[in-house]
Design a protein around this ligand. Structure first.
Ligand SMILES: [Zn+2]
Length: 178
């Protein structure tokens, strides 16, 4: 088994773990995530929040539900206030919500990812010094990536998802696997 060293951990996990949660500005820091589950009909996606790292939340969900297949993590962002950010993402996706009580949305991955990306820009994770001045804003772990088209060599900037996706080259419409 490979031992994970500290420098192998995702940046957001290291940053958020290191924050003093007793400080008011850090009480609600965490992540928004987009999950999918192939056992669910249609294109239902789960969009939610967590104060634990999304992979840890994923393990809990896969254990606790009665759905036969595991959830897959599609995408996540860190945010400065999980409740406000989730509320915002859910309001953007309101038309696609499957039921009032549940966080499932009958929508596309692109729309769900866009909603949580926007929420993370409106409610960013900010790092403060002890006087309360903003020191920095950590980058997201999943930065856009570039895919070179195998057919025409055009460089396409695409979302960095945690699942394999098929994208069309912007120049020649060849399908590339990202
Ligand atoms: Zn191309």
């Amino acid at each position: 088994m490979q031992i994970l060293h500290e420098h192998d951990l995702p940046m957001s996990l290291r940053v958020i773990t290191s924050l003093d949660k007793r400080r008011k500005v850090y009480k609600k820091v965490g992540w928004l995530y987009v999950l999918r589950n192939r056992a669910l009909s249609g294109s239902y996606l789960k969009v939610g929040m967590t104060s634990k790292f999304p992979y840890h939340r994923l393990a809990e969900l896969s254990k606790s539900t009665s759905i036969p297949t595991d959830f897959e993590l599609v995408y996540y962002v860190h945010v400065g206030h999980i409740n406000h950010a989730e509320q915002y993402a859910h309001s953007v996706l309101a038309d696609y919500r499957v039921s009032k009580r549940k966080e499932f949305f009958d929508t596309t991955i692109a729309k769900a990812v866009h909603a949580v990306d926007t929420a993370s820009r409106i409610f960013p994770l900010l790092i403060y010094d002890k006087n309360g001045s903003i020191l920095s804003q950590p980058e997201q772990d999943l930065k856009p990536k570039v895919l070179r088209c195998t057919s025409c060599s055009t460089v396409n900037r695409v979302r960095n998802l945690l699942i394999s996706v098929r994208v069309k080259c912007a120049n020649c419409a060849e399908v590339i696997i990202g």
